[in-house]
Design a protein around this ligand. Structure first.
Ligand code: PGA
Length: 254
């Protein structure tokens, strides 16, 4: 894993009501490893950001948001701005999660607007990329990843890349129980880093953390994060159980 500090995110998606979210947050505060060796963030649903934020406030866990809109304010019914997220203590945001791209129809152009706005607002960004099954079968994995990075990161400076994490999440592996083999994942991650080297030079690229996401569980986490270019994970299903998420965070410290 080179010298990069691993980063594990728990994406709670549209799950957990107030009492469940609070109870999971409390359990995590008690069980998660300290932040010296691993960065950890959780991404609750919007209505519970403030209440979960209050629980994890003095812990090693950062508060993250699953989405936002890039404009500062105005007539955008249903949307939430970065400054509103900052108000409730959000430090890190997801951009371009595959469910937003493929279920909610977000384009690369929108992901780019969001990435730029979040970085300009001083937030950390996790830019999610990854190929669909048919693209993988057509041998397009690297092309899809490079395209999503080229478009999503357009205009992001080398300096700003210190606040960017890439989450490689093959769409066919998300929530399906199917995981990329550690070797396949490493191959995709190495190609992602090659793109970053091409775009930003070796020094910047070697510092960027690349998370793997897609059915990461306690049982496969160690083999995945043991790969040279896998620097943690973005966890969905297994992030809803304190014991599983804690085990994955511990596995990331290796
Ligand atoms: P999963 O989700 O771990 O349930 O596959 C990962 C993600 O969507 O970030």
């Amino acid at each position: 894993m080179a010298n990069r500090k691993p980063f594990v995110g728990g994406n709670w998606k549209m799950n957990l009501h107030a009492d469940e979210a609070a109870s999971l947050a409390k359990q995590l505060v008690d069980s998660l490893p300290s932040n010296e060796k691993v960065d950890i963030a959780v991404f609750p649903a919007f209505p519970y950001l403030a209440s979960v934020g209050a629980i994890i406030k003095d812990s090693a866990v950062k508060l993250g948001a699953q989405d936002f809109y890039f404009a500062e304010n105005g007539a955008y019914t249903g949307e939430v701005s970065l400054s509103m997220l900052k108000d409730v203590g959000v430090e890190v945001v997801l951009v371009g999660h595959s469910e937003r791209r493929h279920v909610l129809g977000e384009s690369n152009a929108l992901c780019n607007e969001k990435t730029l706005a979040a970085l300009n607002a001083g937030m950390e960004v996790i830019l999610c990329i990854g190929e669909k099954l048919e693209q993988r079968e057509a041998g397009q994995t690297d092309a899809v990843n490079w395209g999503q990075m080229a478009l999503g990161l357009a205009g992001v400076t080398a300096e700003q890349m210190s606040k960017v994490t890439i989450a490689y999440e093959p769409v066919w592996a998300i929530g399906t129980g199917k995981t990329a083999t550690p070797e396949d994942a490493q191959k995709a991650h190495a190609a992602i880093r090659n793109f970053l080297t091409f775009a930003y030079g070796e020094k910047v690229a070697s510092g960027v953390r690349i998370q793997y996401g897609g059915s990461m569980k306690p049982g496969n986490a160690k083999d995945l994060v043991g790969q040279t270019d896998i620097d943690g994970g973005l966890i969905g299903g297994a992030a809803l159980k304190s014991a599983d998420f804690t085990a994955i965070c511990e596995a990331a410290i290796c």
